[in-house]
Design a protein around this ligand. Structure first.
Ligand code: NOJ
Length: 407
């Protein structure tokens, strides 16, 4: 677990500092999508329903105040498709106005709005029509992106098409814990292809409707490591290569011509001869999410995204964070992750910004409200927001553009 010593330095001028959320995880009351249905279906692994979440649909201005007052330059949030298009071809002007008000409100506070078009949730009606298993969804998604880009094109500073399509395809169709809860590798493969086509169509739709707004994909990446000796090691390496191809490389290839690649990294995936290991390396703490505390993942994935794509597309960290009750642990995790970002930049990797997941403690999908990723805690009954020490700590880094201790 030894890491090279960081030559500490400032982050480049214009480096963006953000924090992120997603509609279903904070808005509350998103009953018209596939996740809400999944949360309420008996027999799923979901710990609890999302319910009112953080009530951010109504309290977005408070959230925007927090982002601005803490010192961040960017706020990444998502537009909920099932609100904007509650039934096929029915477009809600009020929902689009709502998201426009958020963008305007952020801009008025000096914060850049970064808009994600799809963050895990799909309208129920679309899921019923086959969702991502159906090639027709490509055009439907492109139309949705066009509507959003027309409505927000002049007020958003960046657009992220599909958040972690690799995770949605894998957990929804291979592992069966996300909706629609299937375990069918052929379908997972088909869904992956739909996502890739949908991303390309979305880039085009957004560029046409909102020229000049940078657009890209956000991808979940891991620091993959093969474990074992001899034959076991060879088999582990072969497995790792297959996982990496399925989870990362196909998507990275689909980013050709994009304005940025959103790298999202949390931990490491250790692979043995029979697949991904559920246990960590001795001496490396396990987090409540079931993976290792491994801040090195960010540097490793940035370097790999850069290498695989031949340095053709600039990178942005669109998510990095830790689900923990221990806020000191959060600070030390982020500090080590940021040291890694600096090392990658020093070696010529073009990283344009860092986004912490998440602004708020929020609905962590299957895990419910138990994991605490937020810089700000949220009272589950009053919705009162209370910044944690890490919020001021990271906000100060954002303002200074250097890590603590670096003048
Ligand atoms: C990735 C996802 O984009 C986000 O929705 C999730 O909450 C975080 N990772 C933490 O697991």
């Amino acid at each position: 677990m030894t890491e090279p010593v960081t030559t500490r330095a400032s982050f480049p001028d214009g480096f963006s500092w953000g924090t992120a959320t997603a509609a279903h995880q904070i808005e509350g009351g998103n009953w018209n999508n596939d996740w809400w249905r999944h949360e309420h279906q008996p027999g799923t692994l979901c710990a609890e329903p999302s319910g009112d979440a953080c009530d951010s649909y109504h309290r977005w201005a408070e959230d925007a105040d927090l982002v601005a007052s803490l010192g961040f330059t960017d706020y990444r949030f998502s537009v909920e498709w099932s609100r904007v298009e509650p039934a096929p071809g029915e477009w809600s002007v009020a929902a689009l106005d709502h998201y426009r008000r958020i963008c305007d409100g952020l801009t008025a506070r000096g914060v850049n709005p970064v808009v994600t078009l799809h963050h895990f949730t799909t309208p129920r009606w679309l899921a019923d029509l086959g969702g991502w298993e159906s090639a027709d969804t490509v055009e439907r998604f492109a139309t949705f992106c066009e509507k959003v880009a027309v409505a927000l094109g002049d007020v958003m500073t960046r657009a992220c098409t599909i958040n972690e399509p690799n995770v949605v395809a894998f957990y929804g169709w291979s592992f069966g814990v996300f909706p629609p809860g299937k375990r069918d590798p052929d379908l997972a493969d088909r869904v992956t292809r739909t996502f890739i086509d949908a991303h390309r169509a979305a880039v085009e739709a957004i560029r046409t409707a909102a020229p000049g707004v940078p657009v890209g994909l956000t991808l979940s990446m891991s620091d993959w490591a093969a474990v074992g000796d001899g034959d076991d090691r060879t088999r582990a390496e072969a497995k790792l290569a297959r996982y990496r191809e399925f989870m990362e490389d196909r998507f990275l290839a689909a980013t050709e011509g994009d304005d940025f690649i959103g790298v999202q990294a949390y931990s490491r995936a250790r692979v043995g001869p029979d697949g991904v290991l559920r246990t960590g390396e001795e001496g490396v703490p396990m987090l409540p999410m079931g993976y290792e505390l491994w801040p090195q993942a960010l540097e490793a994935t940035l370097r790999r995204a850069w290498e695989v794509t031949g340095g053709r597309v600039p990178l942005l960290v669109t998510e990095n964070g830790i689900g923990t009750d221990d806020d000191d642990q959060r600070i030390s995790y982020v500090e080590r992750a940021l040291e890694g970002v600096l090392r990658a930049i020093a070696d010529g990797v073009d990283v344009r910004g860092y986004t912490y997941w998440s602004l708020l403690d929020n609905f962590e999908w299957v895990f419910g409200y138990r994991p605490k990723f937020g810089l700000v805690s949220v009272d589950r009954t009053t919705f009162e927001r209370t910044p944690k020490p890490s919020a001021a700590w990271l906000g100060e880094i954002a303002r200074a553009g250097t890590l603590p201790g670096d003048a």
